[in-house]
Design a protein around this ligand. Structure first.
Ligand code: HEC
Length: 104
């Protein structure tokens, strides 16, 4: 599923850079995004220097980081807490949403 999605996301991201209106290329906001937005923003641009921007990041990378936080393989207290109750489908939805946003 994710592999197919990531391949599909590439031409879409390219189209954003080239010409298409940004909003038309973005993935709909997933349920629960309001839990992430205080730190990462709805636009994937963090306000705090300690928080990474997620906008336009590779979808597979984002998904893998979320999984690693959830298992504790990548150690971070807040992100572990945020991801521990999320299903693989939810992690995928967050990764696809943030990956679809325009980079700064
Ligand atoms: C309390 C603030 C906070 C909240 C809420 C939060 N994050 Fe994070 N997030 C962080 C911080 C800080 C890091 C950097 C972790 C590190 O230093 O390893 C991070 C890292 C990440 C990364 C890895 C980025 C990278 O470049 O490696 C992803 C993906 C991510 N968060 C997604 C989410 C999602 C999805 C949610 C909502 C379910 C969320 N975060 C909620 C603070 C937060």
């Amino acid at each position: 599923m994710l592999r197919a999605a990531s391949r599909a996301a590439l031409p879409a991201a390219f189209a954003v850079v080239v010409s298409a209106p940004l909003s038309a290329q973005q993935v709909k906001q997933p349920v629960g995004i309001e839990a992430c937005a205080p730190c990462h923003g709805y636009d994937g641009i963090a306000k705090d220097v300690e928080v990474p921007h997620l906008a336009g990041q590779n979808v597979v990378y984002l998904y893998n980081q979320l999984r690693a936080f959830r298992t504790g393989e990548r150690k971070h207290k807040e992100m572990r807490y945020m991801s521990r109750h999320l299903s693989a489908k939810e992690l995928e939805a967050f990764a696809e949403y943030y990956a679809s946003l325009p980079r700064i």
